[in-house]
Design a protein around this ligand. Structure first.
Ligand code: PHE
Ligand code: ZN
Length: 877
């Protein structure tokens, strides 16, 4: 346990800051072993805050204070107190200037918060509370200051010196040193501060904004990666144009710098004018990055760019409001990607991920509202709920208002709150202001945790030609919230006739012309009934089209009805959804003991999907992908680890055998004809082709592994190479080992590809995975201080259900060892890994006991971080 019991921070305790900082000047003498930071803060009392005891308490962690002066007067020990977390000045005037000088040690910083060293480059990460590891400050997002920064370093070692804002000059100094000055004209919270110093090369371009501002764009990387920046640069320019078109938002500085670093806890960070990226979220070339990587890079580049308005110009009042910037910005990047590629396929991918991660989170001990009420460690709240469910809330508002009003609302939000630190209530208030709607019930989505369930039933009355749809909503309890209130839920639906055509949806009492198609119903009550009239025949409802709300729908479809929806629904998302429902149903019945009883109609539907020449290949691939094992487990009262695995493998085998001719044809038909293209169409074809190959292998087709070997050896692009490698490794035996060795020889020099080599082995299906993973811990390329490496080996293993949940507890013990090894080095990463243990209630009593025992032994460890403590304690509660 941590030496002092960690404090719970509560939203209810929020108070405005007693002091404000108008301006800050920072001067860095940079070096890896020891960096000096001199800060000059212009402080004054906040007129809007209550007067406290007159003292000023600044945040600061791990700082060595060397010098301090107030209004030019050097202070002595009786004027202030320093502890592990703060510097307190006992008496200060109403307005004054405070100067401090501290010393920090970047080369010892393995937590990757504050100033740290990555492959010889100095860089920072300040969100959420890393700035306090750089200098004493009011490190909270509602204190917004103007920053000017001077960086001084050895010129040979650190030729490139970057900070936020615009460059205002460089200077050569004596002794081979140099200095660069940067000025950021926009007041910002400290979490958006950044600097980078290193031997970097760049790819440059330009963008001209709608109002004519010329912006210099730079992507800075280690020299050997210069040829992998093109995709990110195109994505950046596309994102800049899209935000102008869709939201009327222009960029506001003269330069936009992006830096790729090898050691990074998350995907990327939106520091004003100086985004710092995990190299994995920037670099992409056809031979090293998969199609998924290409799409991810484009999405993250856009996400960080969009933060310039949703996050930076308008920021969060406190960390409970995190979803104000993250949820909204994820929604923005999702829509950007939908516009760039296939809208329907993007929606499917987003919903898959929401269900896999956020629904699971909502159903476990770490469930929390989109706007949490309390936390011990804010770093634990960069969650699927805050990000992905938060995005769904923005999407529902957009849906409820419609495109024109939503745009007016976001325009109002950006103009009303420009330069301010605000709340999710302020965001919703703008939606209310432009629409005249009362969204007070909608706001419960922000404060209430849990995944709502809609139970829906329909009755047709032939005499009255009427259809009655009864909708009941219910949200199961979550920790600390035993009773739930009814939510305001947008439910998009259609009614299909027997030919699969959409009927016009007229509610009783409505007159005038009504077109056939999707209609948006608003659910507000615990139980609500909708009466549709002029319905000439018993209809088949297509519910929650496009996944119009983050809820679970229960409707008693027959197998035949699901097959019908899969074939005819005008909503592509719901065609996929029907396929998922159907295969889920077959698989769960199989697991429950019914064995493989597959109706002929299932194979027929698969065949029809596979040979549908009008459908997008990417959508076909999604439709033919069976729900994954952990998602299937989430649908059971108790997860049957091995049975799920066997049933899923078994169904793939049968489907593969039954449709082998079609899969073989699909494999041939969707081969790349020309050079690699990262276009949505080409990506879709590759996805379908590799899915076909997977089914051919599952079917045990004699030549399938030969096809994998050929595809692997052809080295045409990383998407194809890695797909083949995965199949070979999963198949086990000498061919897999040879391919792994060849892949290592080919890619040992490329860190990001090497991550894939580790990940493939950790997610392998065959026996012996844990032994292999344990062996890889000793590989010279494994390092517990590189989060990408840890994720690719350890997190991949924990996401591999059969070996992780091995009944002898060996997987759990392995995780406990890794968590305890990592916690002192990087608590954020340790706490993330630990989350794999908290859903123990979902397993049999034997596994429950094993998982709990590991959580308990972690909780009992000495000097446990707040991060890991919070996860373990909540996991056991
Ligand atoms: N704010 C970053 C993003 O989502 C995420 C992040 C959080 C990065 C904390 C680093 C540290 O864009
Ligand atoms: Zn973000």
């Amino acid at each position: 346990m941590p030496s002092t019991a960690p404090t719970l921070i509560r939203l209810a305790d929020y108070r405005p800051p007693e002091f404000l900082i108008d301006a800050v000047a920072l001067s860095f003498r940079l070096a890896g072993a020891e960096t000096q930071v001199a800060a000059t803060l212009e402080l004054r009392r906040n007129p809007a805050a209550m007067r406290g005891d007159g003292a000023l308490r600044l945040d600061g962690e791990g700082l060595e204070l060397e010098w301090i002066a107030l209004d030019g007067q050097h202070l002595t020990a009786q004027d202030y107190a320093v502890d592990d977390e703060s510097l307190t000045l006992f008496q200060v005037p109403d307005q004054f200037c405070l100067e401090t000088r501290v010393c920090v040690h970047p080369d010892q910083n393995t937590a990757l918060e504050g100033l740290y060293l990555s492959n010889g480059m100095l860089c920072t990460q300040c969100e959420a509370q890393g700035f306090r590891r750089i200098t004493y400050f009011l490190d909270r997002p509602d204190v917004m200051a103007r920053f000017s920064v001077s960086l001084e370093a050895d010129r040979a070692q650190y030729p490139v010196l970057l900070a936020n804002g615009n460059p205002v000059g460089t200077e050569d100094l004596a002794d081979g040193r140099h200095r660069a000055c940067w000025d950021d004209p926009f007041p910002k919270p400290s979490y958006l501060f950044a600097l980078v110093a290193g031997d970097l090369s760049r790819v440059s371009d330009r963008f001209r904004t709608a109002s004519g501002r010329k912006v210099a764009l730079n992507i800075w990387v280690e020299p050997e990666n210069l040829d992998q920046c093109g995709h990110a640069m195109r994505a950046l320019k596309n994102a800049m144009g899209w935000d102008e078109d869709r939201y009327g938002r222009e960029y506001d500085l003269d330069v936009y710098n992006i830096v790729a670093v090898s050691h990074f806890n998350m995907g990327a960070m939106e520091n004003k004018g100086l985004n710092i990226f995990n190299a994995k979220a920037v670099l992409a070339s056809p031979d090293t990055a998969t199609d998924q990587d290409f799409q991810w890079v484009e999405g993250v580049i856009a996400h960080e760019y969009f933060h310039n308005w949703s996050g930076n110009r308008v920021t969060c009042r406190d960390w409970f409001q995190l979803s104000l910037k993250e949820g909204f910005t994820v929604f923005r990047d999702q829509e950007f990607s939908a516009d760039r590629g296939s809208r329907g396929v993007k929606r499917i991918a987003d919903v898959r991920m929401l269900r896999a991660r956020q629904f699971a989170e909502d159903a476990g001990p770490l469930a929390h509202p989109v706007r949490p009420e309390s936390y011990i460690e804010i770093n634990n709240f960069y969650t699927a709920t805050v990000y992905e469910k938060g995005a769904e809330l923005a999407r529902m508002l957009a849906h409820l208002l419609g495109p024109d009003l939503f745009r007016r609302a976001t325009d109002l939000y950006f103009s009303r709150h420009d330069g301010q630190a605000v709340t999710t209530d302020d965001f919703v208030a703008c939606m209310e202001a432009v629409s005249g709607r009362d969204l007070s019930q909608f706001k419960r989505w922000y404060s209430q945790a849990g995944t709502p369930e809609l139970e829906i039933a329909g009755t047709y009355d032939p005499a009255a030609q009427a259809y009655e749809l009864r909708v009941r909503q219910h949200t199961p309890p979550t920790p600390g919230q035993p009773h739930k209130e009814a939510l305001h839920i947008p439910l998009a639906l259609g009614l299909l006739d027997h030919q699969g055509r959409d009927l016009p949806l007229r509610l009783v009492g409505e007159t005038g012309v009504i077109r056939a198609g999707t209609r948006l119903l608003e659910i507000r009550e615990p139980e609500q009934v909708f009466h549709f009239i002029d319905i000439p025949e018993p209809p088949l409802p297509s519910l929650l089209r496009g996944f119009s709300a983050p809820v679970k729908v229960r409707f008693d479809y027959s197998e035949a009805e699901l097959l019908f929806l899969m074939a005819y629904d005008s909503d592509g998302f719901n065609r996929w959804e029907a396929a998922q429902n159907l295969s889920q149903r077959l698989l769960l019945a199989w697991v429950a003991g019914a064995g493989p009883s597959i109706p002929a109609g299932f194979y027929e539907a698969g065949r029809r999907a596979l040979t549908d020449t009008r459908a997008e290949p990417a959508l076909i691939a999604e439709i033919l992908t069976l729900p994954n094992e952990s998602y299937l487990g989430d649908q059971m009262t108790q997860v049957a680890v091995e049975a799920i695995h066997q049933a899923r493998e078994g169904l793939m085998t049968r489907l593969g055998q039954e449709l082998s001719g079609e899969f073989r044809a699909g494999y041939e038909l969707n081969q790349d004809r020309g050079p690699y293209e990262p276009s949505p169409e080409a990506m879709g074809r590759r996805a379908l082709k590799n899915l076909c190959l997977g089914y051919l292998v599952a079917a045990g087709e004699a030549e399938a592994l030969g096809l994998c070997r050929d595809q692997f050896e052809a080295r045409h692009n990383m998407t194809d190479q890695i797909a083949a490698l995965r199949l070979l490794v999963d198949a086990g035996g000498a061919a897999g080992e040879e391919a792994l060795a060849a892949f290592y020889d080919q890619w040992a020099g490329d860190a990001l590809v090497l991550d894939k080599w580790f990940a493939i082995q950790a997610s392998a299906k065959g026996p012996g995975t844990l032994e292999r993973v344990r062996g890889l811990l000793g590989h010279p390329a494994y390092s517990p201080t590189n989060p990408n490496r840890v994720r690719s080996l350890v997190a991949s293993f924990c996401a591999n259900p059969v070996p992780f949940h091995a009944a002898d507890g060996s997987g759990y013990a392995f995780l406990r060892e890794r968590v305890l090894e990592l916690d002192p080095l990087n608590p954020q990463i340790a706490a993330r890994l630990l989350q794999s243990l908290v859903r123990w209630r979902r397993y049999d009593t034997h596994r429950q006991g094993l998982m709990r025992a590991e959580l308990e032994s972690i909780l009992a460890a000495e000097k446990l971080s707040k991060d890991a403590y919070e996860v373990a304690a909540k996991g056991l509660a």
